[in-house]
Design a protein around this ligand. Sequence first.
Ligand code: ZN
Length: 426
Amino acid sequence: MLLIKNGRVLDPVSKTDAAMDVLLDGERIKEVGPAGEIGAPAGAQVFDAKGLIVAPGFIDLHAHLREPGQESSETIETGTKAAARGGFTAVCCMPNTKPVNDNASVTRFILDRAKATGSVRVWPIGAASLGSKGEAISEIAGMKEAGIVAVSDDGKPIATAKLARQVMDYCRSLDLPVIEHSEDVSLAAGAVMREGVSSTRLGLRGMPAVTEAVCVARDVQLAELTGARLHVAHLSAKASLDQVRWAKSRGLRVTCEVTPHHFTLIDEDVTYDSRFKMNPPLAAREDRAALLEGLADGTVDAIATDHAPHEPALKEVEFDRAPFGILGFETALALALEQLVHSGKVSLMRMVELFTSGPARVLGIQRQIAAGQPADLTVFSADRAWTYSVDESPSKSRNSPFDRRKFKGGPVATIVAGCTSNRIGT
Ligand SMILES: [Zn+2]
């Protein structure tokens, strides 16, 4: 048993914001009560969380753990260690591994590795099409039975509207969300950043904002046609957010996520340094303003990291040749505190929602701090000063544009199924 006492419990589902004690018994929450009212049972560990925030376990809807197949960049062991350091108790891993997670045996492999080596829960996402090639639908029912929580061809969009319709029809009957990497590949071809003044100045090929919005529009129409649950991954542009807003106003089951790097950085920040290369690329100033608005007003459902490790040898090349993607787990909470909360744009409660009940809702589950719920908790500080150093990361990769950034507030302890998976000194 573990008693977490004197923490400020923030629970978006019950709207609790109070000093509370939380008693964990094995894998479940046993009791929640006002601070000082729950005595520690004999033999229980006690964690004094005074001055800290106790939240439901953070869920990351979008991560790349690279195993199987690209273990020189990340493994389930190293990736989930980094996730635990970032305060995440569960991560959804994208299927673009080698081989692609497009059948139940790969799904089972990932879950077995997670059980044997993982520090946090791993919830696999299955490929929408075989090999994510966009030609034929994958073995979705078999993968669901094995344990996938959603489908996606992430890395690229589901290739055609016809196939996307078929996948949505199928997933509707299985009640699985379809997570879309929204991109019109003909508009994106050859581009390495967002099209605009900055891409012209740098002499790099850019893709226009509508590269994303064109695909979101297609999928929103298909979600209406099929009644499927559509989740737009790493939404970066105002035009795409407008599409999601429209879909929600029509009562469609459309949700979206935004990454910390898209609400923190913009195309003007891009240099020839490949740590600023990701897909979708960093957007324009007015896009970031729209994302911040959507994060505040409820249009955005979740903050997701798109943690995309690449071993140094792959990333330390010319901007044009480098793969897309950056690390995300360990800086997500601190960037959210910096950009959303300390800036006064979003309440602390709403930020916690974006990391917990928001992503849970996308997956069709509920997460809150209440008796009987899984004993997954994220304990964090909103004001502790610290500096992120990528060299200290358990990740195998080093591709973060936030190395050496000074933060105010960040994760302190990550508790998964009643066990402390990570504890950073307070
Ligand atoms: Zn993607």
